[in-house]
Ligand binder design. Sequence first.
Ligand code: SAH
Ligand code: SF4
Ligand code: F3S
Length: 451
Amino acid sequence: MARPKKKLYIRTFGCQMNVADSELMAQVLGEEYELTAHAEEADLYLINTCAIRRKAEEKVKSLLGSLKFLKQQRPQLLLGVGGCVAQQEGERLLAAAPHLNLVFGTKGIYHLPELVGRIARGERVVDVGLNRDCPELPRRAWLPGTFQTMVTIMRGCDNFCTFCVVPYVRGREASREPDAIIAEVADFLAAGGQEVTLLGQNVNSYGRGLAETITFTQLLRRLNGLPGLSRLRFATSHPRDLSPELIDAFGELDALCEHLHLPVQSGTDRILKRMNRGYTHEHYLEKVAALRRACPGIALSTDLIVGFPGESEADFVQTLDLMRAAGFDQSFSFKYSPRPQTRAATYPDQVAEEVKAERLARLQALQDELTLKSHARLVGQEHEVLVEGFSKRSIEELCGRLRTNQVVNFSGPRELVGSLTRVVITEAHPHSLKGRRVQGLDHLVSVGRSA
Ligand code: SAH
Ligand code: SF4
Ligand code: F3S
């Protein structure tokens, strides 16, 4: 009889790349460990960390502190910290937390079985090498009923935006071979998958350094041709490298969803220059206009930083102007947070915390207005929805996403979870939509664009 597997609990912080990496961790450890949702029964507890802002790093450190008690109750528990804070802090984490067994960096996932073997034998281990390669892992398997997945297509970042820690904690850019990506997506579709999100810090530069000459748009075209793929998304795209061919792809590829996350960070040329972003206010809006010409229904989301060093009130107002001009459907906004090793952290003209807080509140109030307007425009329209689960309020109600990424709640049978249906939007709310399912037509609509 097979030996029962030990229990693995993973707590994930940070971006989608970390969510995908946690899945890989479970996969590479799969021979010996199975995932549990209950931390108290774990034999191995891994924290996958994020270092993007100071707050993210502090959360990890406070969780690590609180795990002392769990370790006292279960002395045999093995505890590991991986991801971006682990990469940044390395040895220091192990020194600060005597109850910690393992620190592994963002490339350490590949060596996890060996590292865990060593800590099980009583060693305390640090592995924060940042070698360039990203070897292929064993083929992924999806739990039955999985209809959405993320596929990492590249790792690292070479852009060195002056505020950002990612190039230091994720290392140099490296793309996966296209055939490996296509095989993974094909496997997922064969297992009943519907929606794939391709991940990389800067997907537009996908392909650099590969033996085969391939651009990101060519990769999208190859994936679009796979039978059974209903929805294709990707994140994140850098505005400087958004090519005309990629813009055109939004109007051409059936599976490619009509939504783009295009982080602008600031609306002022002077600040964009100091951020090393490589585009201007005007360039950004030109790309937005080209996207809307190629794909009139496209939804746009962005990331914004307020209070970057040297940002004046006039600079900030230009950011608000750009938000209005671009008409963002959604945005994620942050107070600038100085990060270790980054250039902007050394700039002398840091902005006061109260000023950052005040600007963030104003920016978010404007985004709420823009989001509500964008939601209101959808009322009365019929859209394709991928049913993702149940609404937050009630399991009587289903919840799904439009191709343009907005969340919609509507009544319908629970059997629809994981499939496509059509919904007429009836109400616009600040964070979601309400809709009514179009009855009787579901059998006719399995794939198709609606925007
Ligand atoms: N690769 C993506 C960004 C990944 S980080 C891109 O280039 O767009 C996600 C977001 O965190 C960034 O877009 C930025 O808005 C925010 N961010 C990164 N570093 C930050 C910092 N030091 N302070 C505040 N926000 C930051
Ligand atoms: Fe960070 Fe810039 Fe790279 Fe994005 S592109 S991960 S913001 S350095
Ligand atoms: Fe955070 Fe690392 Fe992602 S710093 S945002 S988890 S790449």
